[in-house]
Design a protein around this ligand. Structure first.
Ligand code: NAD
Length: 486
């Protein structure tokens, strides 16, 4: 382990990575040292060399110990070898270490770097582990596949709390939550409810909610109107790419992946094999990520000094090749020259670009405390694969009703969420996948054994059950959606 800087206090893990990784890491570490960043470094080797040595995820077992011990990782870009069953190292790190939040700032540096949206300065904070990305997919019938969208209260709460803490640490004023809870009242609705609850703890930060479709359209058209956006995994995936595209400065962006135990900071760009070894790569993405790291560990003063020196360098027109424009730039700098230029400007603040000011103290999230509701089983949705040629819901309804054991009634049948029995409409398209909702007859609660009796009866009557979903109430509130038209 090497020690750099005078206030060496926080140990972090560094990984140079592949391609331009070693060059931009050297430049970044030089700047951190010159600014007196209170960090100690422990280096691990990850990426191509490890993949080719037989580690399918590009990381050796001993590196996990180092990452976990230090809790903070500054990572260079990795080249994922094509084909051959290699796994993405980034995905492996995210999943293994439960990095629940992905933080992607998008900012323009106009007029010094060309941008279509000179005023953009926003950050997308995206849930990283849940939602449709849990990867729970099934084919259930000849015609129907499904994916489970899982949204949890603790997962939503720590992400949203992180977003507000982030806003406080970075002096931001507004957090916008984006969901589609007008349609998905239970999953997206939970995320929105938790957002409202957490927002109440941060009265100094403006909190608003937008439906994701109009929100995404606004993000593309008026990105200047956003500050911090917090959202679910899939929406966040799309929104962060929209934001990066409209800002037009992907090469300068850093990103962070945050977990309870470990946080990883890196540039957004890849390993740029086309320019590796030429000494011309722009170290800004990794440097900006390193300033995020400093804020995270509580060294906001050093982060401020470096970021302001970097903004001043950009403003003075010292530009690496990727952002160099004859009309906007003063000097074409190599990677090393760019780092030197930032170091020379430590202590300066930009004249035209807005200087940054961060809060000290780092970012810490307290785990949420769960509560237990009064949970009652009040019915069951039984999903059938039923392939009668005419697909007449009334035939299915009559068949099921005739097979029911005592104590059950058939409440409705839906096809792709639309009620088709009783009183369906003949024009509704029906596939071979039927959701049949059963409720206890004359009682408002049901025992699980009675569900098993129901399933046995339905099976004996010749219907193919493909899955069931229990209908619960929680403290008297229905924990399930109604069928369209119910
Ligand atoms: P890339 O970001 O590496 O390169 C795209 C273009 O941007 C290239 O022209 C490159 O020269 C330029 N560029 C990127 N970074 C630059 C920098 N710092 N300075 C100047 N120019 C820069 O994307 P790609 O070519 O699609 O991917 C190359 C490799 O990187 C692939 O193996 C990919 O899997 C990997 N990758 C890794 C990460 C990561 O580790 N986080 C992210 C994205 C891609």
């Amino acid at each position: 382990m090497t020690t750099r800087g005078a206030r060496a206090t926080t140990p972090i893990t560094i990984a140079r990575g592949d391609g331009v990784g070693p060059e931009i890491m050297d430049a970044t570490l030089r700047i951190l040292d010159a600014a007196g960043a209170p960090l100690r470094y422990e280096e691990i080797d990850i990426g191509e060399r490890l993949y080719h040595a037989g580690h399918g995820s590009g990381i050796g077992p001993e590196s996990w110990d180092t990452i976990l011990r230090n809790g903070v990782l500054l990572k260079g870009p990795i080249t994922t070898p094509q084909g051959g069953g290699y796994k993405s190292l980034n995905v492996t790190i995210r999943k293994t270490l439960n990095l629940f939040a992905n933080v992607r700032p998008s900012k323009s540096y106009a007029p010094f770097i060309a941008s279509n949206h000179p005023g953009i300065n926003l950050v997308v904070i995206r849930e990283n582990e849940e939602d449709l990305y849990a990867g729970i997919e099934h084919q259930q019938t000849d015609e129907v596949t499904q994916v489970l969208k899982l949204i949890t209260r603790p997962g939503s709460e720590r992400l949203i709390r992180y977003a507000f803490e982030y806003a406080m640490a970075y002096g931001r004023r507004k957090v916008t939550c984006m969901t589609k809870d007008n349609i998905m009242k239970h999953t997206d609705g939970l995320f929105h409810r938790v957002f409202d609850e957490v927002a109440a703890d941060y009265p100094d930060i403006e909190a608003e909610h937008q439906i994701i479709d109009i929100g995404a359209a606004r993000l593309a058209a008026q990105p200047e109107s956003f500050d911090v956006i917090v959202t679910l995994n899939l929406y966040g995936d799309i929104l962060s790419d929209i934001a990066a595209q409209v800002a037009g400065s992907v090469g300068l962006a850093g990103s962070a992946n945050i977990g309870d135990e470990v946080a990883m900071f890196e540039a957004v760009h890849g390993s740029a094999p086309d320019i590796a070894g030429k000494g011309i790569a722009n170290p800004s993405g990794l440097l900006v990520a390193a300033t995020q790291l400093l804020v995270h560990v509580g060294a906001a003063d050093v982060a401020e000094t470096i970021k302001n020196a970097w903004l001043t360098t950009i403003e003075h027109g010292v530009h690496t090749n990727d952002i160099f424009r004859e009309t906007l730039s003063a000097r074409r700098a190599s990677t090393t020259e760019f780092a030197d230029a930032v170091i020379e400007r430590l202590g300066e603040t930009p004249a035209q670009l807005t200087p940054v000011a961060y809060r000290t103290g780092g970012i810490h999230i307290e785990p949420s405390v769960g509560t237990e509701a009064d949970k009652r089983l009040v019915g069951v949705d039984v999903f059938l694969h039923w392939r009668e040629a005419e697909r007449d819901p009334d035939v299915l309804g009559a068949g099921l009703t005739g097979a029911l054991p005592d104590g059950w009634r058939l409440e409705m049948i839906t096809n792709r969420g639309v009620k088709v029995y009783p009183d369906g409409r003949p024009e509704t398209f029906c596939t071979d996948h039927w959701r049949c909702r059963f409720a206890p007859d004359g009682a408002n609660e049901v025992a699980f054994t009675s569900v098993l009796d129901l399933l046995a009866a339905v099976d004996r009557a010749g219907f193919e059950v493909i899955k069931t979903e229990h209908l619960y109430t929680f403290d008297g509130e229905a924990g399930y959606s109604l069928g369209q038209g119910q």
